[in-house]
Design a binder for this molecule. Structure first.
Ligand SMILES: *Cc1c(COP(=O)(O)O)cnc(C)c1O
Length: 408
């Protein structure tokens, strides 16, 4: 299509290809999104995005998680702007760091303390370091296929990673108690902890909520071993429950890793933890040049106050259910088998009999042309800025997408 090949996006990709390896890195590597998807964006407002060619989309990726309240949310922006006028990167943190830690400790029943970083990977990695420092042990149990970040111990790619980087990881299957116990037996008296995602949200497969039995087994196993139960809340955090995702199951972790949504799009992550890990958390050495940045912390404080005041998880769950029900109905009308799994506020939409997500790509590429940004194999996200009108627009675009899939 000439409209696409002559676009500002295409021109930027060509320039990027000359000065950025591969033109883009990681999850945004262009090959992973269907034809017609933009790589470059001009602006965002509420639940809407504009690409560099001026196309407007109702957005269901929400910056891949961070956008929880909507782009340019007035209360968050005002708090960030007030802090920006006073200073962001100073010789140490601003007062807001203490207020933010107080806010998290007040919101999260499992947490006696909080510390801050920049990226989710910083937070998950810090959790492992604290668990190992606290126990003096090395082994950490990780669910096979789970994503916990983009550093050698966690990256989904083994290129440039050594076996030694992963020497002390043992694997279990999410929701499989026997496999968890077997991994713990293998770790023996060297078990430092278990890291587990708030729910199973692996790329390209059906999502799974943890069963209560699995969560309880993980808790008991850690208690019996004196090991740390680490909950990776980086993706799910503040979308399922304002007190932590496993409050839904009645199981409390020892450590939680947070990022993505906590500052509504600004760079911030956090580790929150139980009392028994306070001392090791104080003794390890972790830091970063930008970890004291005050503007993201001010944004996070404002974000968390809105999340709690407006019960954002309940709002986005209701909208997510509208979307889910409408998609199910649309698929049925076209005789298509559709699987929608996991929490409604973080939709995963996969077609039956669809190796390589080819149907998903046709569906998404068609919806995109009708102004709606979906993803064919990654979980999506609702934001509090989505309205019923946005859901209606999404279902209208999805109708065209289903028709296109049915016609292939
Ligand atoms: C995104 C993500 C991470 C890594 O966070 P970054 O901010 O990208 O470093 C870790 N765990 C989960 C579950 C994630 O979704």
């Amino acid at each position: 299509m000439d409209a696409v090949s002559n676009s500002a996006d295409t021109a930027l990709r060509a320039r990027a290809a000359r000065v950025v390896p591969g033109g883009m890195w990681g999850h945004l590597h262009a090959a992973k999104l269907p034809e017609g998807y933009p790589q470059f964006f001009a602006r965002g407002e509420g639940a809407h995005l504009w690409d560099v060619d001026g196309r407007r989309f109702v957005d269901f990726m929400c910056s891949w998680g961070p956008n929880l309240l909507g782009h340019l949310h007035p209360e968050v922006e005002e708090a960030a702007e007030r802090q920006r006028r006073m200073g962001d990167c100073l010789n140490g943190p601003a007062e807001v760091m203490v207020e933010l830690a107080e806010q998290l400790v007040a919101m999260l029943p499992h947490a006696a303390w909080a510390m801050f970083q920049k990226n989710g990977t910083d937070a998950t990695t810090t959790c492992l370091t604290i668990a190992r420092a606290a126990t003096g042990r090395r082994k950490v149990l990780v669910a096979r296929g789970a994503y916990h970040g983009a550093v050698p111990w966690a990256s989904p790619s083994l290129l440039g990673v050594t076996a030694e980087d992963r020497a002390h990881l043992l694997h279990y299957e999410f929701n499989d108690i026997d496999s968890l116990r077997a991994a713990a037996r293998e770790a023996g008296d060297d078990l430092a902890g278990v890291i587990v995602s708030a729910f199973r949200h692996d790329l390209g497969r059906d999502q799974e909520m943890p069963t209560v039995a699995f969560a309880v087994a993980a808790r008991e196993l850690c208690d019996a071993a004196g090991a740390a139960l680490m909950l990776d809340e980086v993706r799910a955090g503040m979308r399922l429950h304002t007190g932590g995702s496993w409050e839904l199951l009645g199981v409390r972790p020892d450590l939680s890793a947070w990022s993505k949504a906590i500052a509504n799009g600004r760079a911030l992550s956090a580790v929150t933890g139980a009392e028994w890990l306070r001392d090791p958390a104080a003794r390890i050495f972790v830091t970063g040049s930008f970890w004291c940045g005050a503007v993201p912390m001010a944004a996070a404080l404002a974000t968390l106050r809105v999340v709690q005041r407006d019960d954002v998880p309940a709002r986005i769950e209701r909208l997510g259910r509208m979307l889910r029900d409408g998609l199910a109905e649309g698929a049925r009308r076209h005789g298509l088998g559709l699987r929608q799994t996991g929490p409604a506020q973080m939709p995963m939409v996969l077609f039956d009999d669809d190796p390589g997500a080819r149907k998903g790509e046709v569906f998404c590429a068609t919806a995109l042309r009708h102004g709606v940004y979906f993803h064919p194999r990654h979980n999506m996200f609702l934001s509090a800025a989505h309205t019923e009108a946005d859901i209606a627009a999404a279902l209208e675009a999805a109708g065209h997408g289903f028709a296109a899939v049915a016609a292939t």
